[in-house]
Design a protein around this ligand. Structure first.
Ligand code: DAH
Length: 342
Protein backbone atom coordinates (compact mmCIF):
# COMPACT_ATOMS: atom_id res chain seq x y z
CA UNK A 1 0.00 0.00 0.00
CA UNK A 2 2.87 2.25 0.78
CA UNK A 3 4.20 1.78 -2.73
CA UNK A 4 0.78 2.55 -4.08
CA UNK A 5 0.75 5.83 -2.24
CA UNK A 6 4.24 6.74 -3.39
CA UNK A 7 3.33 5.87 -6.96
CA UNK A 8 0.16 7.95 -6.77
CA UNK A 9 2.14 10.89 -5.42
CA UNK A 10 4.81 10.80 -8.14
CA UNK A 11 2.29 10.40 -10.95
CA UNK A 12 -0.02 13.04 -9.51
CA UNK A 13 2.69 15.66 -9.14
CA UNK A 14 3.89 15.01 -12.65
CA UNK A 15 0.38 15.22 -14.12
CA UNK A 16 -0.35 18.46 -12.28
CA UNK A 17 2.86 19.94 -13.56
CA UNK A 18 1.74 19.24 -17.14
CA UNK A 19 -1.76 20.67 -16.77
CA UNK A 20 -2.22 23.58 -19.16
CA UNK A 21 -5.47 25.08 -17.87
CA UNK A 22 -7.57 25.57 -14.74
CA UNK A 23 -10.09 23.09 -16.13
CA UNK A 24 -7.42 20.42 -16.44
CA UNK A 25 -6.25 21.13 -12.88
CA UNK A 26 -9.80 20.81 -11.60
CA UNK A 27 -10.43 17.50 -13.30
CA UNK A 28 -7.11 16.23 -11.95
CA UNK A 29 -8.14 17.31 -8.46
CA UNK A 30 -11.36 15.34 -8.75
CA UNK A 31 -9.58 12.32 -10.19
CA UNK A 32 -6.94 12.34 -7.45
CA UNK A 33 -8.60 13.65 -4.32
CA UNK A 34 -12.35 13.41 -5.03
CA UNK A 35 -14.75 11.07 -3.22
CA UNK A 36 -14.36 8.52 -5.97
CA UNK A 37 -10.76 9.49 -6.59
CA UNK A 38 -7.59 7.49 -6.56
CA UNK A 39 -6.50 8.43 -3.05
CA UNK A 40 -9.88 7.44 -1.63
CA UNK A 41 -9.63 4.15 -3.47
CA UNK A 42 -6.31 3.40 -1.77
CA UNK A 43 -7.63 4.48 1.63
CA UNK A 44 -10.54 2.09 1.25
CA UNK A 45 -8.06 -0.75 1.50
CA UNK A 46 -6.90 0.45 4.96
CA UNK A 47 -9.36 -1.95 6.55
CA UNK A 48 -7.35 -4.85 5.32
CA UNK A 49 -4.23 -3.70 7.16
CA UNK A 50 -3.16 -4.87 10.61
CA UNK A 51 -4.35 -2.37 13.26
CA UNK A 52 -0.84 -1.14 14.17
CA UNK A 53 -0.07 -0.19 10.57
CA UNK A 54 -3.24 1.82 10.01
CA UNK A 55 -2.13 5.05 11.74
CA UNK A 56 1.18 4.96 9.89
CA UNK A 57 -0.59 4.49 6.57
CA UNK A 58 -3.16 7.15 7.53
CA UNK A 59 -0.31 9.58 8.18
CA UNK A 60 1.36 8.71 4.87
CA UNK A 61 -1.92 9.19 2.99
CA UNK A 62 -2.39 12.62 4.61
CA UNK A 63 1.12 13.60 3.55
CA UNK A 64 0.37 12.58 -0.03
CA UNK A 65 -2.90 14.59 0.04
CA UNK A 66 -1.04 17.62 1.43
CA UNK A 67 1.67 17.36 -1.21
CA UNK A 68 -0.90 17.12 -4.01
CA UNK A 69 -2.89 20.07 -2.64
CA UNK A 70 0.21 22.17 -2.32
CA UNK A 71 1.29 21.40 -5.88
CA UNK A 72 -2.25 22.12 -7.08
CA UNK A 73 -2.07 25.63 -5.60
CA UNK A 74 1.38 26.26 -7.05
CA UNK A 75 0.20 25.19 -10.49
CA UNK A 76 -2.86 27.41 -10.26
CA UNK A 77 -0.70 30.41 -9.45
CA UNK A 78 1.69 29.56 -12.24
CA UNK A 79 -1.19 29.44 -14.73
CA UNK A 80 -2.51 32.78 -13.47
CA UNK A 81 0.86 34.47 -13.94
CA UNK A 82 1.19 32.94 -17.39
CA UNK A 83 -2.32 34.13 -18.35
CA UNK A 84 -1.56 37.66 -17.16
CA UNK A 85 1.70 37.75 -19.08
CA UNK A 86 -0.01 36.51 -22.22
CA UNK A 87 -2.69 39.21 -21.83
CA UNK A 88 -0.09 41.93 -21.31
CA UNK A 89 1.83 40.77 -24.33
CA UNK A 90 -1.27 40.67 -26.54
CA UNK A 91 -2.46 44.10 -25.41
CA UNK A 92 0.90 45.82 -25.61
CA UNK A 93 0.79 49.21 -27.38
CA UNK A 94 3.10 49.75 -30.25
CA UNK A 95 4.00 53.36 -29.62
CA UNK A 96 5.92 53.53 -32.87
CA UNK A 97 2.76 53.13 -34.99
CA UNK A 98 2.07 56.53 -36.59
CA UNK A 99 -1.01 58.27 -35.07
CA UNK A 100 -4.13 59.32 -36.95
CA UNK A 101 -3.75 62.98 -37.90
CA UNK A 102 -5.97 65.32 -35.81
CA UNK A 103 -7.40 68.27 -37.69
CA UNK A 104 -6.29 71.36 -35.82
CA UNK A 105 -8.82 74.14 -35.30
CA UNK A 106 -8.12 77.84 -35.59
CA UNK A 107 -9.01 80.70 -33.34
CA UNK A 108 -11.92 82.64 -34.84
CA UNK A 109 -10.97 86.15 -36.02
CA UNK A 110 -13.56 87.54 -33.58
CA UNK A 111 -11.84 85.81 -30.67
CA UNK A 112 -8.42 87.02 -31.79
CA UNK A 113 -9.64 90.65 -31.89
CA UNK A 114 -11.53 90.35 -28.63
CA UNK A 115 -8.50 88.85 -26.91
CA UNK A 116 -6.31 91.69 -28.14
CA UNK A 117 -8.78 94.36 -26.99
CA UNK A 118 -9.21 92.71 -23.62
CA UNK A 119 -5.45 92.65 -23.10
CA UNK A 120 -5.17 96.33 -23.99
CA UNK A 121 -7.80 97.31 -21.41
CA UNK A 122 -6.56 94.88 -18.76
CA UNK A 123 -3.18 96.60 -19.24
CA UNK A 124 -4.88 99.90 -18.33
CA UNK A 125 -6.31 98.44 -15.12
CA UNK A 126 -9.77 97.43 -16.34
CA UNK A 127 -11.52 94.28 -15.13
CA UNK A 128 -13.68 92.16 -17.46
CA UNK A 129 -17.34 91.37 -16.75
CA UNK A 130 -20.11 89.62 -18.66
CA UNK A 131 -23.81 90.40 -18.89
CA UNK A 132 -27.11 88.76 -19.83
CA UNK A 133 -28.24 88.70 -23.43
CA UNK A 134 -31.86 88.74 -22.21
CA UNK A 135 -32.37 92.11 -20.53
CA UNK A 136 -35.08 94.16 -18.89
CA UNK A 137 -36.21 97.23 -20.81
CA UNK A 138 -35.54 99.11 -17.60
CA UNK A 139 -31.80 98.50 -17.90
CA UNK A 140 -31.60 98.55 -21.69
CA UNK A 141 -33.40 101.92 -21.91
CA UNK A 142 -34.90 103.66 -18.83
CA UNK A 143 -31.85 103.51 -16.61
CA UNK A 144 -29.84 104.86 -19.55
CA UNK A 145 -32.03 107.95 -19.77
CA UNK A 146 -33.72 106.60 -22.91
CA UNK A 147 -37.39 107.24 -22.23
CA UNK A 148 -40.60 105.93 -23.81
CA UNK A 149 -40.97 107.32 -27.32
CA UNK A 150 -37.25 107.16 -28.15
CA UNK A 151 -36.82 105.63 -31.64
CA UNK A 152 -34.45 102.94 -30.29
CA UNK A 153 -37.39 101.50 -28.34
CA UNK A 154 -39.44 100.79 -31.48
CA UNK A 155 -40.81 97.27 -32.01
CA UNK A 156 -39.40 97.44 -35.52
CA UNK A 157 -35.83 97.73 -34.20
CA UNK A 158 -35.84 95.55 -31.10
CA UNK A 159 -36.52 91.87 -30.35
CA UNK A 160 -38.99 92.18 -27.47
CA UNK A 161 -39.79 88.97 -25.63
CA UNK A 162 -43.20 89.88 -24.22
CA UNK A 163 -46.30 91.86 -25.19
CA UNK A 164 -45.60 94.60 -22.67
CA UNK A 165 -42.08 95.32 -23.96
CA UNK A 166 -40.60 94.58 -20.56
CA UNK A 167 -38.03 92.00 -21.62
CA UNK A 168 -35.90 91.97 -24.74
CA UNK A 169 -32.70 90.75 -26.36
CA UNK A 170 -30.35 93.57 -25.40
CA UNK A 171 -29.75 96.02 -28.21
CA UNK A 172 -26.37 97.08 -26.86
CA UNK A 173 -24.01 96.24 -23.98
CA UNK A 174 -24.80 99.57 -22.27
CA UNK A 175 -27.37 98.07 -19.81
CA UNK A 176 -24.31 96.68 -18.05
CA UNK A 177 -23.43 100.26 -17.07
CA UNK A 178 -26.29 100.66 -14.54
CA UNK A 179 -25.95 97.00 -13.55
CA UNK A 180 -22.28 97.47 -12.65
CA UNK A 181 -22.87 100.88 -11.06
CA UNK A 182 -25.47 99.49 -8.65
CA UNK A 183 -23.63 96.32 -7.72
CA UNK A 184 -19.93 97.19 -7.58
CA UNK A 185 -17.88 99.21 -5.14
CA UNK A 186 -16.46 102.48 -6.37
CA UNK A 187 -14.14 103.21 -8.10
CA UNK A 188 -15.33 101.29 -11.17
CA UNK A 189 -13.20 100.35 -14.18
CA UNK A 190 -14.81 97.62 -16.30
CA UNK A 191 -15.07 96.38 -19.85
CA UNK A 192 -18.01 94.14 -20.82
CA UNK A 193 -17.91 92.31 -24.15
CA UNK A 194 -20.95 90.36 -25.36
CA UNK A 195 -23.64 89.62 -27.92
CA UNK A 196 -26.34 92.13 -28.86
CA UNK A 197 -29.39 91.89 -31.10
CA UNK A 198 -31.27 94.24 -33.43
CA UNK A 199 -33.85 93.64 -36.13
CA UNK A 200 -31.47 94.17 -39.03
CA UNK A 201 -31.52 92.33 -42.35
CA UNK A 202 -28.36 90.34 -43.02
CA UNK A 203 -26.04 92.02 -45.52
CA UNK A 204 -22.33 92.76 -45.91
CA UNK A 205 -22.31 95.15 -42.95
CA UNK A 206 -25.36 94.11 -40.84
CA UNK A 207 -26.35 91.11 -38.78
CA UNK A 208 -29.27 90.75 -36.32
CA UNK A 209 -26.73 89.33 -33.86
CA UNK A 210 -23.48 91.17 -33.33
CA UNK A 211 -20.93 91.88 -30.61
CA UNK A 212 -20.15 95.01 -28.68
CA UNK A 213 -17.77 95.90 -25.94
CA UNK A 214 -18.83 98.35 -23.28
CA UNK A 215 -16.36 100.24 -21.12
CA UNK A 216 -17.14 102.10 -17.91
CA UNK A 217 -15.06 104.16 -15.50
CA UNK A 218 -16.50 105.86 -12.42
CA UNK A 219 -14.29 107.59 -9.88
CA UNK A 220 -13.63 110.99 -8.33
CA UNK A 221 -12.45 113.78 -10.68
CA UNK A 222 -12.99 111.87 -13.93
CA UNK A 223 -13.20 114.15 -16.98
CA UNK A 224 -13.45 114.01 -20.77
CA UNK A 225 -9.63 114.18 -20.79
CA UNK A 226 -9.47 110.73 -19.15
CA UNK A 227 -11.79 109.39 -21.85
CA UNK A 228 -9.63 110.83 -24.64
CA UNK A 229 -6.40 109.62 -23.10
CA UNK A 230 -7.55 106.05 -22.54
CA UNK A 231 -9.32 105.63 -25.90
CA UNK A 232 -6.47 107.18 -27.88
CA UNK A 233 -4.04 104.87 -26.08
CA UNK A 234 -6.25 101.93 -26.99
CA UNK A 235 -6.29 102.93 -30.68
CA UNK A 236 -2.49 103.28 -30.73
CA UNK A 237 -2.06 99.81 -29.26
CA UNK A 238 -4.59 98.38 -31.71
CA UNK A 239 -3.32 100.06 -34.90
CA UNK A 240 0.30 100.85 -34.04
CA UNK A 241 2.37 103.91 -33.07
CA UNK A 242 1.57 107.12 -34.92
CA UNK A 243 -2.16 106.29 -35.11
CA UNK A 244 -4.20 109.49 -35.41
CA UNK A 245 -7.59 109.71 -33.68
CA UNK A 246 -10.34 112.30 -33.72
CA UNK A 247 -13.34 112.85 -31.49
CA UNK A 248 -16.54 114.11 -33.15
CA UNK A 249 -19.46 115.49 -31.16
CA UNK A 250 -22.45 113.13 -31.10
CA UNK A 251 -25.55 112.46 -29.03
CA UNK A 252 -26.24 109.55 -26.71
CA UNK A 253 -28.89 109.91 -23.99
CA UNK A 254 -26.69 108.29 -21.33
CA UNK A 255 -23.58 110.41 -21.82
CA UNK A 256 -23.12 114.18 -21.77
CA UNK A 257 -21.11 115.36 -23.60
CA UNK A 258 -21.04 112.48 -26.11
CA UNK A 259 -18.76 111.78 -29.04
CA UNK A 260 -17.72 109.26 -31.62
CA UNK A 261 -14.08 108.34 -32.06
CA UNK A 262 -12.57 107.77 -35.51
CA UNK A 263 -9.09 106.57 -36.40
CA UNK A 264 -7.35 107.94 -39.44
CA UNK A 265 -7.28 105.25 -42.12
CA UNK A 266 -4.03 103.31 -41.61
CA UNK A 267 -4.12 102.21 -45.24
CA UNK A 268 -4.17 105.58 -47.01
CA UNK A 269 -3.11 107.92 -44.19
CA UNK A 270 -6.34 109.93 -44.48
CA UNK A 271 -6.36 110.52 -48.26
CA UNK A 272 -9.34 108.24 -48.88
CA UNK A 273 -9.25 104.67 -50.19
CA UNK A 274 -11.53 101.59 -50.44
CA UNK A 275 -10.71 100.56 -46.83
CA UNK A 276 -12.12 103.81 -45.42
CA UNK A 277 -14.65 104.09 -48.28
CA UNK A 278 -13.00 107.33 -49.41
CA UNK A 279 -13.54 109.00 -46.03
CA UNK A 280 -9.97 109.00 -44.75
CA UNK A 281 -11.34 108.08 -41.31
CA UNK A 282 -12.77 104.92 -39.80
CA UNK A 283 -15.44 105.18 -37.12
CA UNK A 284 -14.53 103.02 -34.13
CA UNK A 285 -16.86 103.69 -31.21
CA UNK A 286 -19.31 105.89 -29.35
CA UNK A 287 -18.38 107.35 -25.98
CA UNK A 288 -19.01 110.13 -23.54
CA UNK A 289 -18.96 111.44 -20.00
CA UNK A 290 -21.60 109.63 -17.91
CA UNK A 291 -24.83 111.60 -17.73
CA UNK A 292 -25.34 112.63 -14.05
CA UNK A 293 -28.93 111.35 -14.37
CA UNK A 294 -27.59 107.84 -15.07
CA UNK A 295 -25.20 107.96 -12.10
CA UNK A 296 -27.99 109.20 -9.83
CA UNK A 297 -30.47 106.52 -10.95
CA UNK A 298 -27.86 103.91 -9.94
CA UNK A 299 -27.34 105.41 -6.49
CA UNK A 300 -24.08 107.27 -7.22
CA UNK A 301 -23.83 110.91 -6.11
CA UNK A 302 -22.94 112.92 -9.27
CA UNK A 303 -21.61 115.76 -7.12
CA UNK A 304 -18.90 113.48 -5.73
CA UNK A 305 -18.30 111.11 -8.62
CA UNK A 306 -18.08 111.30 -12.38
CA UNK A 307 -17.34 108.79 -15.11
CA UNK A 308 -16.91 108.04 -18.77
CA UNK A 309 -18.11 105.20 -20.94
CA UNK A 310 -17.78 103.82 -24.43
CA UNK A 311 -19.37 101.17 -26.61
CA UNK A 312 -17.70 99.69 -29.66
CA UNK A 313 -18.75 97.20 -32.30
CA UNK A 314 -16.42 94.23 -32.24
CA UNK A 315 -17.19 92.92 -35.72
CA UNK A 316 -15.98 96.13 -37.26
CA UNK A 317 -12.69 95.87 -35.35
CA UNK A 318 -12.22 92.26 -36.49
CA UNK A 319 -13.12 93.01 -40.13
CA UNK A 320 -10.58 95.80 -40.16
CA UNK A 321 -7.86 93.90 -38.43
CA UNK A 322 -8.07 90.98 -40.84
CA UNK A 323 -9.07 93.02 -43.90
CA UNK A 324 -12.33 91.08 -44.35
CA UNK A 325 -14.88 92.90 -46.50
CA UNK A 326 -18.11 90.97 -45.76
CA UNK A 327 -19.55 90.55 -42.27
CA UNK A 328 -21.37 87.34 -43.30
CA UNK A 329 -18.03 85.51 -43.57
CA UNK A 330 -17.54 86.03 -39.84
CA UNK A 331 -20.67 84.05 -38.95
CA UNK A 332 -20.74 81.40 -41.69
CA UNK A 333 -17.89 79.47 -40.10
CA UNK A 334 -16.65 78.01 -43.35
CA UNK A 335 -13.38 76.32 -42.38
CA UNK A 336 -11.78 77.32 -45.69
CA UNK A 337 -12.29 80.92 -44.58
CA UNK A 338 -11.35 80.41 -40.93
CA UNK A 339 -8.16 78.51 -41.76
CA UNK A 340 -6.64 81.72 -43.11
CA UNK A 341 -6.40 83.21 -39.62
CA UNK A 342 -3.96 81.51 -37.28
N1 DAH B 1 -24.60 101.88 -26.75
C1 DAH B 1 -24.23 102.71 -27.89
C2 DAH B 1 -24.67 102.07 -29.18
O1 DAH B 1 -24.99 100.90 -29.18
C3 DAH B 1 -22.76 102.93 -27.90
C4 DAH B 1 -22.27 103.80 -26.78
C5 DAH B 1 -22.18 105.15 -26.96
C6 DAH B 1 -21.94 103.28 -25.56
C7 DAH B 1 -21.73 105.97 -25.93
C8 DAH B 1 -21.50 104.10 -24.53
C9 DAH B 1 -21.39 105.46 -24.75
O2 DAH B 1 -21.16 103.64 -23.33
O3 DAH B 1 -20.95 106.22 -23.75
O4 DAH B 1 -24.67 102.71 -30.19
Amino acid sequence: MKEHLEQLKTQALEALEKAASNEELESLRIRLLGKKGELTAILKQMGKLPAEERPIMGQAANNVRAAIEQRLEQCKEKLQVAALNAKLASEALDVTVPGKPVRMGHRHPMNVSLEELKNIFIGMGFAVDEGNEIELSTYNFDRLNTDEGHPAREWTDTFYLDENSETLLRTHTSPMEPRIMESHELPIRYIVPGRCYRKDEVDATHSPMFHQMEGLVVDKNITFADLKGALHNMAVQLYGPGTVTRFRPHHFPFTEPSCEMDVQCHKCGGKGCPTCKGEGWIELLGAGVCNPLVLKASGIDPDKYSGWAFGMGLERAALQKFKIDDLRLIFENDVRFLEQFD
